[in-house]
Write a protein that binds this ligand. Structure first.
Ligand SMILES: *Cc1c(COP(=O)(O)O)cnc(C)c1O
Length: 413
């Protein structure tokens, strides 16, 4: 029986979500569109299998083919990032980070990570998260011109003697000097960790610096620029392999989601293909064009512009709030998210900025010419935030554009 026959309610919502993805401009920088092959692996019979443990050392019988799948995912991940060890079981980015902390730290240890309003992620010490109750988080900042403040980082490292220095971000637009951070960590005998959730695809393609050969431990999601299924992964030095594997299972998780691991393996194969380098280059080119076009229209780019796939725009400079801009763009068929800017004077529910990115649009095949068009619409929509008629008109134009870039052709629920 088909999904539609068994559960027409879910089928209808899925079809509407597919239509939404097809008709809109997806500009949330953490989102992407997986290939049909990844989608097929994700919906495969591997979801039926329990496989607690690691390949070759399972607590269940019948794992022969599942071991083949997980081993391929591991081998490809190691090749992609030049890693000594890979654990592909973390269910997502947040659990991967918790597992990394568990592998390296004891309760009460100090972690020096990026201040959240300067671009760090919730899992890097936000008071509302579980790890924040267990470890002590200290935050370094960025300079007014948008660079990571390495002098501030070093001063904090010397003052607080963290056990772990954590690099990585979800709302920052520049690359990281990992060698410089490693030297600071070595001064105080701290471990080094990078959370590359947003930029893993750009790193795999050689378009951004790779911390894996240098750092103790690197965590990532697999569903952002890496364009795989929703999931997480940990890469580390061989000396940490045992601690990492134990932290994931039995430390934090039970049976791994082997259908997701199969889909990760497929995505890694796609990322190893030369065409993925071209994709990553285009993501960056598209972001740069958006930046130039928005700047030309008087928008204030935070962190001094972009070196990756994302832009942070302070919309208060245009008389809007982050929430107003997000809602206006939503009405115009452009999906972004509101986001805090460094030391944001406004609260998290209605911050000063919006965050936008190019990975999903680039997957659809859009290039510089489309980015120019889209920058114009973004500018118009923010200016017309109270004009429902104008926003609806932009939405129609957006629909015309997206219809020229088919998504999941032939798929229907
Ligand atoms: C997205 C992200 C995460 C969390 O990933 P989830 O899969 O949503 O749990 C962790 N760290 C960074 C830097 C991220 O950008």
């Amino acid at each position: 029986m088909t999904l539609r026959a068994v559960d027409p309610d879910i089928a209808r919502s899925l079809q509407q979500e597919l239509d939404r993805q097809r008709e809109g401009l997806e500009m949330i920088p953490s989102e992407n569109f997986v290939s049909p092959a990844v989608l097929e692996a994700l919906g495969s019979v591997a979801t039926n299998k329990y496989a607690e443990g690691v390949p070759g050392k399972r607590y269940y019988g019948g794992c022969r083919f599942i071991d083949e799948i997980e081993n391929l995912a591991i081998t490809r991940a190691k090749e992609l990032f030049k890693a000594e060890h890979a654990n592909v079981q973390p269910l997502s980015g947040a659990p991967a980070n918790l597992a990394a902390y568990t592998a390296l730290l004891k309760p009460g240890d100090t972690v020096l990570g990026m201040d959240l309003s300067h671009g760090g992620h919730l899992t890097h010490g936000h008071p509302a998260t579980f790890p924040a109750n267990i470890f002590r988080f200290v935050g370094y900042k960025t300079t007014p011109d948008g660079a990571i403040d390495y002098a501030n980082l070093r001063n904090l490292a010397l003052a607080h003697k963290p056990k772990l220095i954590l690099m990585g971000y979800s709302a920052y637009t520049r690359d990281i000097d990992y060698a410089r951070v490693k030297r600071i960590a070595d001064e105080i005998g701290a471990y080094t960790m990078a959370d590359i959730a947003h930029i893993a695809g750009l790193i795999a393609a050689g378009e951004m610096a790779n911390p894996v050969p240098l750092f103790d431990i690197v965590t990532t999601t697999t569903h952002k620029t890496l364009r795989g299924p929703r999931g997480g992964m940990i890469l580390c030095k061989a000396v940490h392999a045992k601690a990492v594997d134990k932290a994931v299972f039995p430390g934090l998780q039970g049976g791994p989601h082997e259908n997701v691991i199969a889909a990760k393996a497929v995505a890694f194969k796609e990322a190893l293909d030369p065409s993925f380098k071209e994709y990553a280059r285009q993501i960056k080119k598209n972001a740069k064009v958006l930046e130039e076009e928005l700047r030309a229209r008087g928008h204030r780019l935070v962190h001094g512009g972009t070196e990756n796939h994302l832009l942070l725009v302070d919309v208060t400079a245009k008389g809007a709030t982050g929430k107003e801009a997000q809602n206006a763009l939503d009405a115009a068929g452009i999906t972004v998210n509101k986001n805090a800017i460094p030391d944001d004077p406004r609260g998290p529910m209605d911050p000063s900025g919006i965050r936008l990115g190019t990975p999903a649009l680039t997957t659809r095949g859009m290039k510089e010419e489309e980015m120019k068009q889209i920058a114009g619409w973004i500018d118009e929509a923010i200016a017309a935030k109270d004009d429902a008629t104008r926003l609806a008109a932009i939405k129609e134009d957006v629909k015309k554009l997206t219809s020229r870039f088919p998504l999941y052709d032939g798929l229907a629920y």
